[in-house]
Design a binder for this molecule. Structure first.
Ligand SMILES: [Zn+2]
Length: 130
């Protein structure tokens, strides 16, 4: 069981009051009209499950309902920090850059976009849909 500090309420509360919303700091595409369906789907649903230190967005669902960031080690399940998106942004950028320099699998922001198209079944494509 985690005990999580909500930076908005400034209180430590039981994990049962919160909902994890996955990876934090996912950039919205600047021109959604110009990207493929697969790229849009990746933006909406593609999330990394990082082993080790990770930045996640959580919602204090049973109190203020606001989103904030939790820096957590996914191996030990230890929370390293919590804060607003602005408070932890620089820390996340340093982590992201160090991670990229180490050759780790890229996060969504730096991942190569695919040009795969989603099959509708009407084109006769032999490739299955995504
Ligand atoms: Zn709160």
């Amino acid at each position: 069981m985690l005990y999580i500090h909500c930076p908005h309420c400034n209180e430590n509360r039981d994990e049962s009051e919160f909902a994890c919303a996955g990876e934090a700091y996912i950039p919205r595409p600047e021109t959604p009209q110009s990207i493929s369906d697969a790229e849009w789907g990746d933006y909406l649903f593609g999330r990394r499950n990082v082993k080790g230190r990770h930045f996640e967005q959580w919602q204090h669902a049973h109190a203020c309902r606001k989103l904030f960031v939790v820096e957590r080690d996914t191996v030990t399940n230890r929370i390293l920090a919590t804060g607003t998106f602005d408070e932890l942004r620089d820390k996340w950028k340093k982590w992201r850059d160090a991670r990229a320099a180490s050759g780790a699998a890229p996060l969504l922001e730096g991942r190569k976009r695919t040009s795969a198209k989603i099959s509708t079944g009407k084109t006769g494509s032999k490739k299955p849909g995504l």
